[in-house]
Ligand binder design. Sequence first.
Ligand code: FMN
Ligand code: ATP
Length: 249
Amino acid sequence: MVEKFDAACVAIGNFDGIHIGHDKLITRMIELSREKKQNSIIITFKYIKKDLKKSTKNLKYINSFNTKILLLKSYDVTDIVEIELDEHISKYSPEQFIKTILIDRFNAKNIVVGYNFTFGYKAMGNINTLKQFECVYDYKVEEIPPVKFNGIAVSSTLVRNLIQEGKIHDANKLLINNYTIFSKDIDINYNKNIGFVDNNSSIIIPSDGRYKVNIGQDIVFLTICTNKEGSVFTFNKEIEKNKDIIFLC
Ligand SMILES: Cc1cc2nc3c(=O)[nH]c(=O)nc-3n(C[C@H](O)[C@H](O)[C@H](O)COP(=O)(O)O)c2cc1C
Ligand SMILES: Nc1ncnc2c1ncn2[C@@H]1O[C@H](COP(=O)(O)OP(=O)(O)OP(=O)(O)O)[C@@H](O)[C@H]1O
């Protein structure tokens, strides 16, 4: 049972794919909220404005937006809040975001973000901006230093690149769960053992090739072949209905 307190600890970011850096940050925010007896809130963004750097038409994500929220729900937090960076909010200055959203809306007393977090109009705010306003708005910022793997800072971009290069084994080392294409993000013809993801889908697809995946109780070999319209998934045998495709290698 999650208790509701007035003051809050918040973790902020896009959180595409939930990798080990995100996990460290969210886990620390939850730990801090328990220590301080405050609400634990994950604030994440839904981009809709086309000219934001991360919302260009062609930018695809590891997880569709609904899946991201579903994955974030695996954390035992008081609330997960989705903020649409629409025409209005995306123009907030960093201070406006701090005051209007973090303070007035969530009564944030502890803000946990990663070393490279940016926010506000033209991405002008960063961790130093958050520190600059600590006394003005009476909160504390905690910075999570870069979580690295083999000496390289983990990021959603890195994971996306590995998946798109077909390096599933490496991507899985960085994600908290094995890379998965969720059943609702793919159309499957169960009579023909074939699936299809349209090119307009918001999710990335591994490069053409043969993959070992787990579907329901079964290990299945899957061949991906992409054409002008989208990606065709051919399974080497019948697969269970409405199960997610969990990539093993
Ligand atoms: C209020 C607000 C306004 C933003 N406006 C812009 C913007 O004008 N241009 C931009 O590239 N990103 C903008 N962003 C997105 C941030 O730069 C950043 O991508 C987002 O806060 C997630 O941070 P992270 O990727 O460091 O986790 C905005 C974010 C917020 C919260
Ligand atoms: N390797 C990491 N170590 C610590 N914190 C991280 C790491 N990667 C991201 N974060 C933090 O997690 C939050 C969410 O990050 P976000 O998903 O926006 O970044 P990202 O993984 O670097 O993605 P992208 O590559 O798309 O920019 C932010 O506060 C960010 O600073």
